[in-house]
Design a protein around this ligand. Structure first.
Ligand code: NAD
Ligand code: ZN
Ligand code: ZN
Length: 368
């Protein structure tokens, strides 16, 4: 076993820093994971990369970056009960105390222990390194049918979306609007499709993302964000609006569109984080009997269910990855994600770095 490893940090000012640090040793109930894929989230850019803006659960404490890790266990500490060396795993990205009410429900995201709640890549070391120390209770087994790059996106991206869609309920009877077609919005369209919904309408401001959503077959219609969006969505849905809308943009105008373009009795999920929204409760919500749900990440049990569904549906989150980078090129990876001119961006290791190579765009096949 190596004594030291390379690890990436985010000092702010849109920079990254590679440091050489000791390889950690797993203590009781912990495992050491050889990292294979570590994807970048919009939250990393918003709350850490550009500036350390995050507070509380989003407060970055100068640790190794990356909260979307997947890899293979190379060492287990004493007292592990289920997982063993050689297991392929996803890490639920927030390690909770394990014994508060939220943790007992599987929602370590909202663990109420100030002392023990620590998110990977925010308050404890994350996946942008050769090895990651994780708690066994945070692990989700990655089935052989899914790659590590598939697995990396399950926790924060696809897991978050699956939770939101489960809350509002999606079926073949629903037309769906997705505002914001970043990786989370694209995952929303992909999962809504597998749950039977359609047509699926997507809105964004970035031309590359509108094109990607069409090229991947995830959206049936895409619209450039603008004041006419509500009328355009109604025009695509026989004048009614959609049954379900999911905001993945966090933009105030796009959120208002999601609310107003939803038809009577419809449901809206807010997933995009931060910012504000303005709407008129009576015409926009009350008189149309509509419901807004907030959704924050997911639970460990729903993540396990999602992994099973991904295999059943032959849905591969890695198909959203347009660019893969080696750890020593982490700076390029964050800069690209910050530009928005991409799908999902991944830092990869070993076999996961191939076949796409360092910077080649790979997302061209339809995801259906
Ligand atoms: N609720 C949760 O648990 C949870 C979990 C993960 C991520 N998030 C949040 O979800 C959001 C999406 O994450 P992501 O990784 O896809 O980030 P992202 O920044 O890549 O995606 C946001 C997208 O919204 C688009 N957008 C901006 N203004 C718009 C407008 N006026 N109309 C339409 N689209 C607009 C952007 O162009 C971008 O494509 C972020 O806010 C992130 O913090 C929430
Ligand atoms: Zn995230
Ligand atoms: Zn807890």
């Amino acid at each position: 076993m190596k004594q030291t490893m390379a690890a990436a940090y985010l000092p702010g000012n849109s920079t990254t820093e590679l440091r050489t640090v000791p390889v950690p040793t797993p203590a009781h109930g912990e495992v050491l994971i050889r990292m294979k894929a570590s994807t970048i989230c919009g939250s990393d850019i918003r709350a850490i990369y550009r500036e350390h803006l995050g507070k509380g659960p989003e407060g970055y404490q100068g640790v190794i970056a990356g909260h979307e890790p997947a890899g293979q266990i190379v060492e287990t500490g004493p007292g592990c009960r289920r997982f063993k060396t050689g297991d392929r795993v996803i890490v639920y990205h927030i390690s909770g105390c394990g014994v508060c009410n939220d943790c007992r429900r599987g929602y370590m995201i909202s663990c109420t222990s100030e002392k023990y709640r620590r998110a990977y890549g925010w308050q404890r070391d994350g996946g942008m390194a050769e090895y990651l120390l994780a708690e066994e209770k945070d692990l989700i087994l990655l089935p052989d049918e899914l790659s590590y790059a598939d697995g990396a996106q399950v926790a924060c991206g696809f897991g978050t979306v699956y939770e939101g869609l489960t809350k509002i309920g999606i079926s073949g009877a629903d037309t769906v609007l997705v505002t914001g077609l970043g990786p989370v919005g694209l995952a929303t369209a992909a999962l809504a499709r597998k749950l039977g919904a359609g047509p699926i309408i997507g809105i964004d401001i970035i031309e590359d993302r509108l094109k990607l959503a069409l090229d991947l077959g995830l959206c049936d219609h895409v619209l450039r964000s603008g004041p006419e969006n509500v009328e355009q969505v109604k025009g695509l849905t026989s004048g009614h609006g959609v049954e379900r809308a999911i905001d993945c943009s966090a933009n105030p105008a796009a959120r208002a569109t999601a609310i107003r373009a939803t038809r009577k009795w419809g449901r809206i999920a807010l997933i995009g984080e931060g910012g504000t929204v303005e709407f008129n409760p009576s015409p926009d919500m009350i008189h149309d009997q509509k419901t807004i749900y907030g959704s924050w990440v997911t639970s460990t049990w729903l993540m396990e269910e999602l992994v099973e569904m991904l295999v059943r549906w032959n849905l591969h989150p890695a198909d959203l990855i347009t660019h893969r980078f080696a750890l020593h090129n982490t700076g390029q990876a964050y800069a690209l994600m910050a530009s928005g001119r991409c799908g999902k961006v991944a830092v990869c290791f070993d076999e996961e770095l191939e076949p796409a190579g360092n910077t080649a765009a790979s997302a061209t096949r339809k995801i259906r």
